[in-house]
Design a protein around this ligand. Structure first.
Ligand SMILES: Cc1cc2nc3c(=O)[nH]c(=O)nc-3n(C[C@H](O)[C@H](O)[C@H](O)COP(=O)(O)O)c2cc1C
Length: 422
């Protein structure tokens, strides 16, 4: 099932230029194909030195184009048609050289000619040595391209293929995929109806980690995928979305303000600092307990006795946010991750926490919910008195679709209610 429903059936022209990061574009092709995209690739001369046309053709399941002067290619397709028969042109990796050609309008090979001839949106994922990236020439080219509406994802900071560290790493395939979906999604571009515009929402996501000593910690299996998808869904409907997240490998959802934390205490503090909000969705898997006395130094095995970890209860973020008061969000949504008697436990949680809705899901062994792509959830709504008003059973959906559907339900609910911040 697609992670980004918007990508199904879309046509991507992927230009792969000559950088080490070209190997990551192979993974990008695979992921785009998984989403149902048609992927046609142009390899620059440099690009073909890093990945072979055979691999690119096999993964994209299409012919690969690299020669401007190929009589066969020109008669079959032609570089102008190539540049127009796509919904989006993606350049990954975008080398300093190709960015310079794009900025100055050079067209001396198939990649640059195609980019000059296109009338489609263009997304670049730069990748290069950090000094090349920081060079005023590259920065000027980037500014010129941004001024012309060329979208960009990355580069990220980190260790570079040249052995140095700095800004210049190509964005990861998952990040590029999310950026592609955002460019192609009229709602994410702010071109559709935005029922949550002017609304401020808070989403928590991911696990928390609770230290034992400077090197060890207690955590859980939450991937953050569902929470991030909800934040994405809310931002897509125009909400000012604050995402408070524990450590996850998920890319930042486009258009959200991300606050990274590690412990439950930090998550609570970040949530409280974000109030007032119209809506709070607590999707994070907050550790119930933390270690009472965190060791200042690494606990050593050879110090005789086995350490006994005394646990103390963590703050209950959902219950705290649900407490009546001037800053209580108009709608508080909790999550119930259960391994058995899902609805029964979810209903009890709805009453116990005094929240308004509970999204219940089964995370038991064999369900594949933790870390997986899909989720089967039930939406429980409370009456004003805290009883059970209704239960909706949603079908098996991708986590992105659950996020979009929940965001729509939230938008319907808050329509017409006063705003937390005017
Ligand atoms: C081993 C090696 C790695 C390279 N990596 C990069 C890179 O990551 N980014 C970049 O902008 N150029 C890189 N270059 C330089 C480009 O390959 C060179 O500028 C080439 O002309 C780019 O052509 P193209 O943009 O048409 O693909 C690298 C060159 C070599 C030999």
């Amino acid at each position: 099932m697609p992670d980004f429903p918007i990508l199904d059936g879309k046509r991507i022209l992927l230009v792969i230029a000559g950088g080490i990061a070209a190997y990551k574009s192979l993974e990008l092709i695979r992921r785009l194909r998984e989403q149902g995209c048609g992927v046609r690739c142009v390899l620059s001369e440099g690009g073909a030195r890093f990945v072979t046309p055979l691999t690119v053709a096999a993964l994209s399941e299409d012919k690969v184009y690299h020669d401007l002067w190929s009589l066969t290619d020109e008669s079959e397709m032609g570089h102008i048609r190539l540049s127009r028969e796509a919904d989006l042109v993606v350049v990954a990796p975008a080398t300093a050289d190709l960015l310079a050609k794009m900025a100055t309008g050079l067209a001396d090979d198939l990649a640059s000619t195609t980019l000059l001839a296109t009338d489609k949106p263009v997304l670049v994922a730069p990748a290069m040595n950090s000094l090349m990236w920081a060079h005023p020439a590259t920065q000027t080219n980037i500014a010129v391209l941004a001024g012309r509406g060329v979208r960009r994802i990355g580069p990220n900071a980190g260790s570079l293929a040249c052995g140095e560290t700095g800004t210049g790493r190509m964005a990861e395939p998952a990040e590029i995929l999310a950026a592609i979906a955002a460019v192609l999604d009229p709602l994410a571009r702010g071109e559709g109806p935005e029922p949550l515009r002017g609304r401020r929402v808070l989403v928590t996501s991911g696990p928390t980690i609770e230290p034992i000593d400077p090197v060890r910690y207690i955590t859980n299996r939450s991937s953050g995928r569902q929470g991030h998808a909800i934040a994405r869904g809310l931002a897509r409907l125009g909400a000012h979305t604050i995402l408070v997240t524990g450590p996850t490998a998920e890319p930042d959802p486009p258009g959200t303000h991300v606050i990274r934390i590690e412990t439950a205490d930090q998550m609570l503090a970040a949530c409280q600092a974000s109030l007032p909000v119209d809506v709070a969705v607590c999707a994070a898997a907050v550790a119930d307990w933390r270690v009472r006395n965190v060791a200042g130094q690494k606990l050593k095995k050879d110090q005789g006795e086995m350490p006994i970890l005394e646990l103390v209860e963590n703050p209950d973020i959902l219950a705290t946010l649900s407490k009546a008061g001037p800053h209580r969000p108009g709608l508080v949504v909790g999550f119930a991750a259960e391994t058995q008697r899902v609805l029964e436990h979810a209903q009890a949680k709805l009453a116990r926490k005094a929240c308004d809705w509970i999204v219940a899901n089964n995370v038991g062994p064999g369900t594949g919910t933790f870390g997986g792509e899909r989720n089967t959830v039930h939406l429980l709504r409370a009456t004003a008195e805290g009883g059970l008003a209704s239960v909706e059973d949603w079908p098996l959906l991708s986590k992105v679709s659950v996020g979009e559907r929940l965001a729509t339900a939230i938008a319907d609910h808050v329509a017409g209610t006063p705003r937390a911040v005017s």
